[in-house]
Ligand binder design. Structure first.
Ligand code: HEC
Length: 153
């Protein structure tokens, strides 16, 4: 018990010493960068600020989403985790927030230019996903299909 308290106190002093120094040291802000990066790209950049998910999924939306996928996306995206031109979609809805996914679909140029997570994909895939002219309504149906693909009911 006592040991823990001493440890905590010691830690507190160490931390506050760092905090004190950092006030006038410009370098210290760099230490925060790794944890800040994912948060910045959580929802992505674009018109989609918040998405309400359906529980259970709506079968008609899933079907529409699948039809659009077959027509406009299947050439570059598989439904398993294999990368073809772009990343496979398996697990996508667990990796990304729904807002990010819809912004990626409807605002891909800006996302590739400015969003850190999209830029990281671009570095891996070495090709820019083309703008598919997908409306927000169609993107929402595709999202529904993506959840179905990930086994959500
Ligand atoms: C010509 C190939 C191509 C087509 C067609 C295409 N994409 Fe992509 N997509 C890519 C590439 C390549 C990436 C990776 C980012 C980059 O390099 O631009 C990507 C990334 C994505 C991502 C992010 C994946 C992840 O793992 O986070 C989503 C979501 C996405 N595409 C959705 C779509 C949808 C929806 C369609 C159809 C309407 C579509 N894409 C059509 C090439 C394509």
């Amino acid at each position: 018990m006592n040991k823990h308290i001493v440890l905590l106190l010691g830690l507190g002093i160490l931390l506050s010493a760092c905090g004190g120094n950092s006030n006038n040291s410009p370098d210290s802000t760099a230490e925060k960068e790794p944890s800040a990066a994912p948060a910045a790209s959580e929802k992505g950049i674009g018109e989609i600020k918040s998405v309400t998910l359906n529980n259970p999924l709506k079968p008609d939306m899933v079907a529409k989403g699948q039809a659009i996928y077959d027509m406009k996306c299947a050439a570059c995206h598989k439904l398993d985790d294999m990368r073809v031109v772009g990343p496979g979609w398996k697990g996508l809805t667990e990796r990304r927030k729904p807002e990010w996914i819809m912004n990626m679909i409807t605002n891909v140029e800006i996302m590739l230019d400015k969003d850190p997570a999209a830029q990281a994909l671009l570095e891996e895939c070495l090709m820019r996903m083309p703008n598919q002219n997908v409306s927000i309504g169609d993107a929402r149906d595709i999202l529904e299909f993506m959840y179905a693909n990930d086994g959500k009911k």
